[in-house]
Ligand binder design. Structure first.
Ligand code: NAD
Length: 246
């Protein structure tokens, strides 16, 4: 019996649950938790798969999930991570920014590639030596809670600071920093009314060449900060992890 616990029933939690209903993920039961219980109840009522709504992480742990997906917030990772690992439960983390300043290593923690990809090549290059990674993220002002009418560079600096200043929007910077050495990652954030998609351009200069990756992602209709690809990368990873659990 494979049970998936989901903390956070917003844009990502809803897409993951929908994938379970469509049979894309081999899961027998969902366990939903959201600090706003109405969201968990609403999601339960929209689906036709076995679902238990719980009121706390402790209750979720009692139902014995095979894996827990955190799709909530950095604060949720800080609050729940140690408790989940203490129970030896697999944990898929979406709010990856939280992991930058938590000193934790465990093979139970899984990080999806999120709103980008190509991390196999980036981590291969990191073994040989990376000189520099430049991430330029371009989003519509509404995805950055701004209202500028002209293109505007709103941030340039380190990955850690970008994650601190844009905790909801800069998971990609955190993912790159966790895949390589964070001091090699420089981040530019551009608020651009001309774009409707969330665009991430990543230039990597490494010992034996260079790479250029570009992702133009549709924002989630209910949460423009989140790209659909982030949820689908979690669905793909969840499917893979559950297939290994017989
Ligand atoms: P969302 O705002 O649509 O939904 C989050 C839900 O989690 C809300 O319903 C909220 O009530 C709940 N929640 C927040 N803190 C909680 C807590 N401590 N305990 C229980 N419930 C809590 O967000 P989303 O778009 O679904 O994104 C979820 C997380 O994933 C965010 O932190 C976001 O920054 C991150 N994210 C990661 C990537 C990536 O590339 N890794 C991409 C997009 C979003």
């Amino acid at each position: 019996m494979k049970k998936v616990g989901i903390i956070g029933c917003g844009a990502i939690g809803t897409l993951i649950s929908g994938a379970v209903e469509k049979g894309l993920v081999g899961c027998d039961e969902l366990i939903l938790y959201d600090r706003n219980i109405k969201r968990a109840e609403k999601l339960k009522n929209s689906l036709h798969v076995p679902i238990t709504v719980v009121k706390s992480l402790e209750e979720m742990i009692k139902v014995k999930p095979t894996i827990i997906v955190e799709a909530a917030s950095q604060q949720a990772v800080r609050e729940y991570l140690n408790r989940i690992l203490a129970e030896n439960i697999e944990l898929l983390v979406m709010s990856v920014g939280a992991l930058l300043d938590l000193d934790v290593e465990s093979n139970k923690i899984h990080i999806s590639s999120g709103a980008i990809g190509g991390l196999d090549a980036v981590s291969s290059a990191a073994l040989a030596g990376i000189d520099k990674i430049t991430l330029t993220t371009r989003k519509n002002p509404r995805a950055l809670d701004r209202d500028n009418k002209e293109e505007k560079l709103v941030y340039t600096g380190s990955a850690e600071e970008a994650v601190r200043l844009f905790p909801r929007e800069m998971n990609v910077a955190a993912t790159l920093a966790l895949t390589t050495q964070s001091e090699k990652v420089r981040v530019n954030v551009i608020s651009d009314p001309k774009v409707d998609r969330n665009v991430h351009e990543i230039k990597i200069e490494w010992k034996h060449g260079n790479m250029f990756l570009k992702f133009s992602n549709d924002p989630h209709p209910e949460n423009p900060k989140t790209s659909a690809l982030a949820a689908w990368s979690a669905i793909r990873l969840l499917k893979e992890i559950l297939e290994k659990h017989s």
